[in-house]
Design a protein around this ligand. Structure first.
Ligand code: SF4
Ligand code: FES
Length: 603
């Protein structure tokens, strides 16, 4: 383990680490553009230039001493790049010396020569590494009076990525990502000198399932998403940590929210799960249902028409209608989309209130989405949790014989929690033979319209809870959107702009939905039946679940947050807490586990 001195601080690091790695592991940022911890070292931006010295040795190999008796250091005349220089014993590195800072400022001046001044209309503004460094590591002036180079703009690389060649600083992160992580080696440098640009090899398209990750790692606004372009300035948004709803991978995400709508989903670093990456599918296809076409109030069927009503009325209608039904004719389906907390409450409600053993959940599998990284055949975020909690108990009626039991008249009531029956047409078609369908639903659909009672359920973006991914990792997440239920807590968390306008705000008229988390609906219903289920927070349900289900024993939200998730049965021995590298400091950092750079002034 070599020890070296960085800006006067002694640091011990593993053999083979480069200066930049050792620095960031100890909370020190050395400015850089092309380096990224998950990509090979390219060493082409020169932003990480530092002074490097090594102990002087005499002819016998002994370290020479200076006049104070300390090892004499011989500095290499030329500055070295910290991203490609391995640390060695006794090395001395200066990253904020006059010489180093002057070099970093010179690189910034060079990079900005041809970079367009279109920050006011650039999507990256507010979260741009170049913009940030222009502030922190540059003189703030240019001596360049000639015409800037002009290069192609709005080039379509693929379905989800657009390229603006003028903004590119030729760091090659995108090229290396394509080759090394996405394994689709289609990007390359073309031309030379100030004409250099990035291009696709002839006849290729950047259409990888991971293609949009280049947008995040691009240090400037050269790569943008057609899905997000010009939708919002990032400083008008809040970025709240969440877990991907797309599949069972448990990928960590940030939900970019403005005006109570999700505008963007992007990866949140978790080195134990998704590292720095996210699939395009997880970014693009799992937020529209949150923003649009929602069930916003409880509804009950009156004279064969669904009518909006109050929660209290919906609860009492439920009790009244269910009073005529024997337990054996009730089938309860939980969901791999619902949190562990909601599935736990559903199981409790089915056994303690409805007294039925008929409980199960449906899997949503698509083998075509599977790959050897984050792509996952399981299209729900929590089927592993649903199984672990015991929804699959092989009761007398289960998912396999449900249609037959409905058709034979044995099952008269179907209680569906956060399940849309997508991919199960035979169950959907049997619904008309039921006496009653009760749903906890997100959206207003054909299925919802068949129900006798509709409870509007909070989506993952409006809930606090946990999901268990396909590898058994339990991860906690909090709401990113405001509902009537979480108004008080979210009102403290979000700015007024992020959340929603008030009646007198003329700039917005977003709906404030009266949806509730399913565990809350079930505990309220339990109270109708005399149960003392007075859970006020998801945490209270989780704590009970963790006591009663052995795989969750000793888990709590604090432990899950600290370790960015804990595997089932491993609460006593969780994965170590690791440092998460953040490329763009101005990108969202409101996750406690994010690595925060040490601050120091280079000037
Ligand atoms: S497009 Fe972005 S990531 Fe790719 S080389 Fe240019 S600056 Fe780097
Ligand atoms: S980060 Fe070292 S040369 Fe680019």
């Amino acid at each position: 383990m070599p020890k070296f001195i960085l800006d006067g601080r002694e640091i011990e690091t593993a053999q083979g680490k480069t200066i930049i790695e050792a620095a960031y592991e100890n909370g020190i940022e050395i400015p850089h553009f092309c380096w990224h911890p998950e990509l090979s070292v390219a060493g082409n931006c020169r932003m990480c230039l530092v002074e490097v010295g090594n102990p002087k040795r005499d002819r016998d190999g002994n370290i020479e001493k200076d006049e104070n008796g300390n090892p004499a250091i011989a500095f290499i005349p030329k500055l070295q790049i910290a991203c490609a220089t391995p640390v060695s014993e006794g090395m001395v590195v200066k990253s904020v010396s006059e010489k180093a800072v002057e070099a970093q400022e010179a690189v910034m001046e060079f990079l900005l020569i041809n970079h367009p001044l279109d920050c006011p209309i650039c999507d990256e503004a507010g979260e741009c590494k170049l913009q940030e460094y222009a502030f922190n590591h540059s003189k703030g002036e240019s001596r360049f009076i000639e015409e800037k180079n002009h290069k192609p703009k709005r080039q379509v690389w693929g379905p989800n990525v657009m390229f603006d060649a003028e903004r590119c600083i030729s760091c090659s992160r995108c090229i290396r990502f394509a080759k090394e992580v996405a394994k689709q080696d289609v990007l390359t440098f073309v031309q030379r000198g100030d004409h250099v640009s990035i291009d696709l090899f002839d006849g290729t398209v950047w259409d990888n399932p991971y293609s949009m990750n280049v947008i995040e790692i691009c240090p400037v606004g050269a790569l943008t998403s057609p899905d997000f372009r010009f939708k919002s300035r990032v400083w008008e948004m809040s970025f709240n940590p969440s877990i991907s709803f797309a599949d069972g991978s448990g990928s960590n995400t940030f939900l970019g929210v403005r005006n109570n709508k999700i505008l963007r989903i992007q990866p949140r670093t978790n080195m134990h799960v998704n590292k720095y990456w996210l699939t395009d599918d997880a970014r693009l296809n799992h937020y529209h249902f949150v923003n649009e076409n929602r069930v916003t109030e409880p509804m009950v069927r009156v004279n064969n028409v669904l009518k909006k009503t109050t929660w209290e009325d919906a609860y009492s209608v439920f009790k009244e209608k269910l009073s005529k039904i024997i337990p054996e004719s009730i089938m309860v389906l939980g969901s791999g989309k619902a949190t562990n907390e909601s599935n736990y409450m559903l199981k409790k409600f089915a056994s303690d209130v409805l007294k039925t053993k008929n409980i199960d959940f449906l899997e949503h599998i698509d083998k075509g989405m599977e790959d050897d990284f984050l792509g996952c055949a399981d299209r729900t975020p929590n089927s592993t949790g649903a199984k672990t909690i015991g929804l699959r108990n092989n009761g007398p009626v289960n998912k396999d014989n449900l249609v037959e039991k409905i058709n034979s008249g044995q099952i008269k009531v179907l209680y569906l929690m956060e399940e849309d029956l997508d991919g199960y047409p035979e169950i959907y078609n049997a619904i008309d033979k039921l006496d009653m369908l009760i749903v906890h639903a997100y959206n207003d659909t054909e299925l919802t319209r068949k129900a006798e009672i509709v409870f509007p359920a909070s989506t993952y973006a409006e809930s606090e809870g946990t999901y268990t991914n396909i590898h058994g990792r339990v991860q906690h997440f909090e709401p990113a959107l405001v509902t009537k239920e979480n108004l008080r807590t979210m009102g403290m968390k979000l700015s007024r702009w992020d959340a929603f306008g008030e009646k007198n705000d003329r700039w917005t008229k977003h709906e404030l939905r009266s949806c509730r988390q399913s565990w809350k609906i079930l505990s309220d219903l339990g109270k109708q039946y005399g149960k003392d289920w007075d859970y006020k927070k998801s945490k209270e349900v989780f704590n009970e679940l963790a006591q009663n289900i052995s795989e969750f024993n000793s888990m709590d939200y604090n432990l899950l947050d600290k370790h960015q998730g804990v595997e089932l049965g491993k609460a006593a021995n969780p994965d170590p807490v690791v440092i998460n590298y953040t490329s763009h400091k101005l990108k969202p950092q409101n996750d406690e586990n994010q690595f925060i750079y040490a601050t120091y002034n280079a000037h």
